[in-house]
Design a protein around this ligand. Structure first.
Ligand code: UDX
Length: 436
């Protein structure tokens, strides 16, 4: 099948490379000349495990190419829209200008029987608007518009794409459904559940899923606060809850609040959609507000661990990305945490295995270091903000040796209290007893 991907960003690049790996003929089109040139040289602009190899192998075998020119769209049976839908400045709604611009641009060139598929996360009704644009620009054609939202997680994107829990296809037309079924056919050996729904339903499934996961995280984060107040252990509470199949163990890890390119933006956009329709989504509203407050509030833990003040003290923050295995710092909880520490008079030393370049413009006052131990040198406290593998087995004696004082604030609960007691650290986790 001939597939074109409009947008070689995170979703477009991963989806394009995986479709090529399924055996389809894929062209990824992006306006960014520099990015396309770099991709054609085999340079991958994002950090995603396994992606560089996948792109390289499929380019070598002639199934994947990158281009700036939209004229290639004409040959494709399916054209996926995978451009960004950032939060609109001012009102938090999804900014759809990139989506609509892309549709207007490709409209004259589309094959009369093409299927246009939105992979970008778009609010309910966007597919209708795309259809409207196409009907105006191409009254001659029978182009179908489908919603096929993407559920991949950064850092595990290829695994998620190739072994999805479900594939959601929002299309009423049987021909369009058949095209999508053919595109995903290589996954069928593993019988992934593919569900066919209306386009609006598909658009909403994506937002409802992200809002639900964000709710689950926020729920356990609030329970963590309660655990601290009553002397319970949130990890054991989560385990005890998660063993109930109706609840499930995933997304019950208490931490500094959710971040990333999806949950904050999508919960905010869902709220706007609901408000515009006069529907109250009070749970999602609360989740969003609680999470925003939580990120900055994490600084209070550091202050408490340093006897009530960080003024004039040095704090080492390990992990700047919103989660491990990505270089993405968008809406990372480390950002408001560090900003708050600066506001309270601390000096911050930072280290991240992949996200330092992205963090620098956002956090110019941080002293960037070349390792966890380098960051910890002379620090009054180490804060673990992201659970990178390399922070899970730090040499505690070495760490203690370089620090001014042995204090660890573990916002991801990656260490055991016993271990910290033995190593003689003051240790503070999230939602469980620490070591004084
Ligand atoms: C998410 C969704 O999982 C994915 O389906 C959707 O398509 C895009 O958004 P992603 O943003 O890559 O993916 O990250 P995810 O692994 O879901 O984590 C999001 C945030 O929640 C991170 O900041 C993470 O640290 C936090 N989180 C996650 C928790 O604090 N606790 C958890 O139990 C799980």
């Amino acid at each position: 099948m001939r597939v074109t991907m409009i947008g070689a960003g995170y979703v477009g690049l991963v989806s394009g490379a995986c479709f090529a790996d399924f055996g389809h003929q894929v062209t990824c089109i992006d306006k960014d000349v520099g990015k396309v040139a770099a991709l054609n040289r085999g340079e991958i602009p994002i950090f995603e495990p396994g992606l560089a190899d996948l792109v390289e192998a499929n380019m070598r075998q002639g199934r994947l190419e990158f281009a700036v020119d939209t004229s290639r769209v004409g040959k494709a049976e399916a054209v996926f829209i995978a451009v960004g839908t950032p939060s609109r400045r001012g009102d938090g709604h999804a900014d759809l200008s990139f989506v609509y611009d892309a549709v207007r641009e490709i409209a004259p060139q589309l094959d009369a029987a093409a299927v246009v598929v939105t992979k970008s996360t778009v609010p309910v009704g966007t597919g209708d608007e795309i259809e409207h644009i196409l009907r105006q620009k191409r009254p001659d054609a029978e182009i179908q518009v489908v919603s096929n939202p993407e559920f991949l997680r950064e850092g595990a994107a290829i695994q998620d794409f190739k072994h999805p829990d479900r594939i959601v296809v929002g299309a009423d037309d049987t021909r369009a459904r058949a095209v999508l079924a053919e595109i995903y056919r290589p996954l069928y050996l593993n019988t992934p559940p593919i569900i066919y729904v209306s386009r609006r339903t598909a658009e909403l499934i994506k937002y409802a899923s992200n809002a639900f996961l964000a709710t689950k995280i926020t729920f356990i984060n609030e329970i963590a606060d309660l655990c601290e107040a009553v002397g319970a252990d949130v990890q054991e509470v989560a385990r005890g809850m998660g063993l109930d199949n109706r609840i499930g163990a995933k997304f019950l890890h208490a931490g500094p609040g959710f971040g990333g390119s999806c949950f904050p933006k999508d919960t905010s956009a869902l709220l706007k959609t609901a408000q515009d329709r006069g529907v109250a989504l009070r749970i999602v509203e609360t989740v969003f507000a609680v999470n925003e407050q939580r990120k900055r509030a994490m600084a209070r833990k550091v202050v408490a661990a340093l006897e009530g003040s960080v003024r004039g003290k040095t704090v080492a923050v390990l992990g700047l990305t919103f989660k491990p295995n990505t270089d993405d710092t968008r809406d990372s909880p480390a950002i408001p945490l560090i900003t708050a520490l600066h506001d309270l008079g601390a000096t911050v030393r930072g280290y991240d295995p992949a996200g330092m370049e992205q963090a620098k413009p956002l956090l110019p006052a941080v002293h960037y270091c070349c390792s966890a131990y380098d960051a910890a040198a002379g620090a009054d406290a180490v804060v673990i903000a992201t659970e990178w593998e390399q922070f899970r087995a730090l040499d505690l004696a070495r760490l203690k040796g370089v620090m001014a004082r042995p204090v660890i604030v573990d916002l991801r609960n990656i260490y055991r209290t016993e271990e910290m007691k033995r190593a003689k650290f003051r240790y503070v986790g999230v939602g469980r007893a620490g070591v004084d």
